[in-house]
Design a protein. Structure first.
Length: 344
């Protein structure tokens, strides 16, 4: 089905069927619809079946009203999302909490609404937040939103990523992973103020996201020239971190901070530890090249510049570059210049 076909079918629906569809989108149960329209629940179910037939939806699982509702919601979210917010103005402000066993999984209904990846408008956000979810449902929805937001971040669809991640923390304000991903997304668009705000929230939690947030905050401090602050942030948690990827990044940043302070031996110590943990980690090779050059070890510096280019190029070929740090492109030019000067 395409947009034109959907619009044609929708316009041909009777007023009665349109009202049933719109009430479904507003989150009403069969009982709610029956009461509001002064018809029986069996009639409501027949209307839903007719709507599904007209849109050519599968007749499988015909005994499941929840399945039919989910299919309809997904279809409308794809082709006419304005209906999801438009009808809430026509329905009462309260969305009745359902008790029907086929309809009581509000989280599944919301997940279907969110399954079409598109920026979440403020009106759509208000609509979703009106549902009365329990804590388990909020957690499930937040995890789903965080997953989509992270995927969109990796695809560089940053506005879409922001819309999903912001909604994730509306459902679960203490979700460290979503705050971390929000920080990373804001950093990508050079909004360091918002990035730091969300990193600071994430770092309050003693988990991988919290540790990664401390790492990213320390890196931003180094980029600002505040290397001593970075050392103060990293040192207390270094022995507690279990994840090798995060630990490698922390040692890299600690080495970078010491290099910025001209403590070359301490810088090398941490950079070598970083490479023991992740032996194909381009930033650590790059910083080692810079440290060796500053210490007067030109030959060793060139070795590490070459290693940096080797692993960085490999990452680019595997399209892992989307995770890489913006300073790496600058360092890449520096590496090429140093190697070319040696060859002359």
């Amino acid at each position: 089905m395409n947009q034109q076909q959907f619009e044609l079918i929708f316009e041909k629906l009777t007023t009665r069927l349109k009202e049933v569809l719109q009430r479904i989108l507003a989150g009403e149960t069969d009982a709610d619809i029956a009461a509001a329209m002064e018809i029986g629940e069996p009639t409501v179910r027949k209307h839903i079946e007719r709507i599904c037939e007209k849109f050519g939806l599968s007749s499988e699982h015909s005994d499941s009203r929840r399945y039919k509702r989910s299919e309809l919601v997904t279809l409308v979210a794809k082709y006419k999302p304005d209906l999801l917010t438009e009808y809430q103005l026509k329905i009462t402000d309260k969305i009745t909490e359902t008790t029907d066993t086929d309809d009581n999984d509000i989280s599944e209904f919301i997940l279907q609404l969110l399954s079409v990846n598109q920026p979440i408008t403020e009106e759509f956000k208000k609509f979703i937040l009106r549902f009365n979810c329990n804590e388990q449902e909020k957690k499930q929805i937040a995890k789903f939103l965080n997953k989509i937001g992270y995927q969109q971040y990796l695809n560089s669809d940053l506005n879409i990523a922001l819309s999903y991640l912001k909604l994730a923390i509306e459902f679960k304000p203490d979700f460290a992973s979503a705050h971390y991903n929000l920080g990373a997304t804001y950093e990508k668009i050079d909004d360091w103020t918002q990035a730091c705000e969300h990193y600071k929230i994430a770092m309050q939690y003693q988990n991988r996201a919290g540790e990664a947030a401390i790492n990213n905050l320390a890196r931003l401090e180094i980029l600002r020239g505040n290397s001593a602050t970075a050392v103060e942030m990293i040192s207390p948690i270094l022995s507690k971190v279990k994840d090798n990827t995060v630990k490698a990044a922390l040692h890299k940043n600690l080495g970078w901070a010491y290099f910025q302070q001209n403590f070359y031996e301490q810088a090398k110590q941490h950079l070598f530890i970083s490479l023991e943990l992740e032996n194909d980690y381009p930033p650590a090779y790059c910083l080692l090249a810079q440290v060796q050059a500053a210490a007067g070890n030109k030959q060793d510096s060139i070795i590490f510049w070459r290693k940096f280019l080797e692993f960085y190029s490999h990452d680019q070929q595997l399209q892992r570059v989307r995770w890489n740090l913006p300073e790496l492109e600058i360092w890449k030019l520096e590496a090429m210049r140093n190697i070319m000067e040696t060859a002359i």
